[in-house]
Design a protein around this ligand. Structure first.
Ligand SMILES: *Cc1c(COP(=O)(O)O)cnc(C)c1O
Length: 234
């Protein structure tokens, strides 16, 4: 029986290979694509096996779980990504810990983040979550909301908006997923030339275990992969 450590190391190697294959097929350098290993399914000790397998960036969907894992000695030095909803009352504890918040989904949250960043003298990196699938169950700005919001982002001078994040339709196939990812890339290409100075839009966080090759084909710079890294473990 292979140990959990061996299984996770093999899974990480396989996923990295698949990222490389997808990047080459798209004529891209796999070095431009960051793997965020999503540790939300496991405890800190199991998440540490991801770090041992070479993962430096871990993602959590719930702020409290990010706080807990960020305190675990076995996970010291990890670059933390918050990929799920951030409630305003959780901003204060999350901001100093998260190197990138992927899931900014309202103007109210932006204003609260800017206020707390000023109070704590921080300059957080954020992504706008965009609902590209029209899925009503999904969080995120509609594309036309992002268009309207763009000039107002200059007001949040503490915040660096590094890019955008999306999730493909829950019930969609690979073709639908690729279309969702393509629409985020086109929105970025449309908005980037007119974006205020604190809005870079260089990062596209898209692609999960089931659909990351399609996301890489459409320009993902960050993929968020969980379940594939725990094959045989969970
Ligand atoms: C859980 C989660 C992921 C990882 O999904 P897998 O299918 O397990 O790879 C990616 N992004 C978000 C926002 C998530 O909540």
């Amino acid at each position: 029986m292979p140990t959990a450590q061996q299984l996770i190391a093999d899974n990480v190697a396989r996923v990295r290979d698949e990222i490389g294959v997808a990047a080459r097929a798209a004529g891209r350098d796999s070095g431009e694509i960051k793997l965020v290993a999503v540790s939300k399914y496991v405890d800190a000790d199991t998440a540490a096996l991801l770090v041992q397998a070479g993962c430096r960036s871990l993602g959590e969907a719930r702020p409290q779980q990010l706080w807990e894992k960020a305190e675990a000695p076995s996970l010291a030095g990890v670059e933390w990504h918050l990929i799920g909803r951030l409630q305003r009352n959780k901003i204060r504890r999350t901001l100093p810990l998260a190197s990138l918040i992927h899931s900014v989904d309202s103007a109210r949250l932006l204003a609260a983040l800017d206020e707390e960043a000023a109070a704590a003298n921080l300059a957080p990196q954020l992504l706008l979550e965009v609902n590209c699938s029209g899925d009503t169950a999904k969080q995120g700005f509609a594309p036309e909301e992002v268009r309207r919001l763009l000039p107002t982002l200059a007001n949040y001078s503490r915040l660096s908006i590094a890019g955008m994040m999306t999730m493909a339709a829950l019930d969609g196939d690979e073709i639908t997923a690729r279309a969702n990812f393509a629409s985020l890339r086109r929105l970025r290409d449309e908005l980037a030339p007119n974006a205020p100075p604190n809005v870079m839009l260089t990062e596209l966080s898209m692609g999960m275990s089931g659909d990351f090759p399609a996301a890489i084909a459409e320009g993902a710079t960050i993929v968020r992969i969980g379940s594939s890294l725990f094959d045989g473990v969970l």
